[in-house]
Design a protein around this ligand. Structure first.
Ligand SMILES: [Zn+2]
Length: 327
């Protein structure tokens, strides 16, 4: 997958930070343990001295073999004693080693495989993380959580046009969104949030995004106009397909405000292909729209709209614009 240089640099930064943290923590642990058990610290020093003597014996020459043999035995004996002292005090040798985030590559990001250096999965994941971070930078992600979603603005009066009050409907949607976020997996269903503006579609989809990100998934949230303009720019750029592949590869894609993008042949095809490709690879999408289905059919095609409706759980939003009530 092609990523921009900035993304690659950021991913390497993420991995290096992890490595440094693991090693700093190990060093602190080591100091603490040696303060607690000075004997262990002394033994460790002797072991290093032994290694130094081995190197010296090699340089010095003479009866190298017997000298080496003796040093090897000394070193093993010291090692055993060291382990014993640690165990007696409730520690193991591994307590003094760094606890790396990725034990496959010890947070170096690379592995040796059949004499070839290959990228470790943790570095690939860090790139996805960095790419999502980058794309989400300008979205109000942090501001929207389930905790600060209030039902008090939704009326309990039933309007004849709907089967239940906005309050009841929103309680139901809120609980379904929480469940969706809680049980999110790569096989989760798609969601279509439909209804007029100001009823909480963006807020709830961002709340889902926050929870799903916390679980370690790569989530991208973007309004449809932004997606279209990114894809349009990429059409002509040399660093081709980097963000497009992110829209396809991220674990959850949230397309907000579908239908507010400037409608062109390009935008229609781009959005249609994006949705379709994600369906084919079985990756979940959340689509929000202020349009009625008939309006979407006019903007896109009947076939596209019936495909969305057929492939997504539908949450209908109705009631009075909450943003007006809040004022
Ligand atoms: Zn790794």
């Amino acid at each position: 997958m092609g990523y921009s240089k900035t993304i690659k640099r950021r991913a390497v930064e993420i991995i290096s930070e992890r490595k440094l943290t693991a090693e700093n923590n190990a060093e602190k642990r080591r100091q603490r343990i040696f303060d607690e058990i000075p004997e262990a610290g002394e033994l460790e020093k002797k072991i290093s001295l032994c290694a130094l003597s081995t190197a010296r014996a090699l340089v010095k020459g003479g009866d190298v073999q017997s000298a080496m043999e003796k040093l090897k035995n000394d070193s093993l004996a010291l090692q055993r004693e060291y382990e014993l002292v640690l165990n007696k005090n409730g520690y193991t040798v591994s307590d003094l080693e760094p606890y790396y985030f990725c034990s496959k590559c010890n947070d170096s990001g690379f592995l040796e495989l059949d004499n070839k250096t290959v990228m470790c999965d943790c570095l690939k994941n860090a790139m996805t993380e960095a790419a999502c971070e980058e794309l989400n930078r300008s979205s109000p992600l942090k501001l929207s959580t389930f905790e600060d979603f209030s039902l008090k603005y939704y009326s309990m009066d039933i309007d004849d046009r709907y089967p239940r009050s906005p309050y009841e409907q929103m309680s139901k949607i809120l609980s379904n969104c929480k469940k969706y976020a809680e049980n999110f997996s790569l096989n989760s269903s798609n969601i279509l949030m439909i209804g007029p503006t100001g009823l909480g579609k963006t807020h709830l989809s961002l709340a889902i995004a926050n929870e799903v990100i916390k679980k370690g998934y790569g989530v991208i949230y973007a309004p449809a106009p932004k997606i279209v303009s990114i894809l349009e720019k990429e059409q002509f750029s040399r660093d081709k397909y980097s963000d497009e592949s992110m829209f396809l590869d991220c674990d959850l894609l949230i397309i907000d405000d579908l239908g507010t993008e400037f409608s062109t042949q390009f935008s229609k095809t781009a959005i249609y292909n994006l949705f379709n490709d994600r369906l084919l690879s079985g990756k979940p999408v959340i689509i929000n729209t202020n349009c009625k289905l008939t309006e979407l059919e006019e903007l896109y095609t009947e076939r596209f709209v019936s495909r969305i409706v057929g492939e997504a759980k539908r949450f209908d939003f109705f009631g009075t614009d909450v943003r007006i009530l809040k004022k």
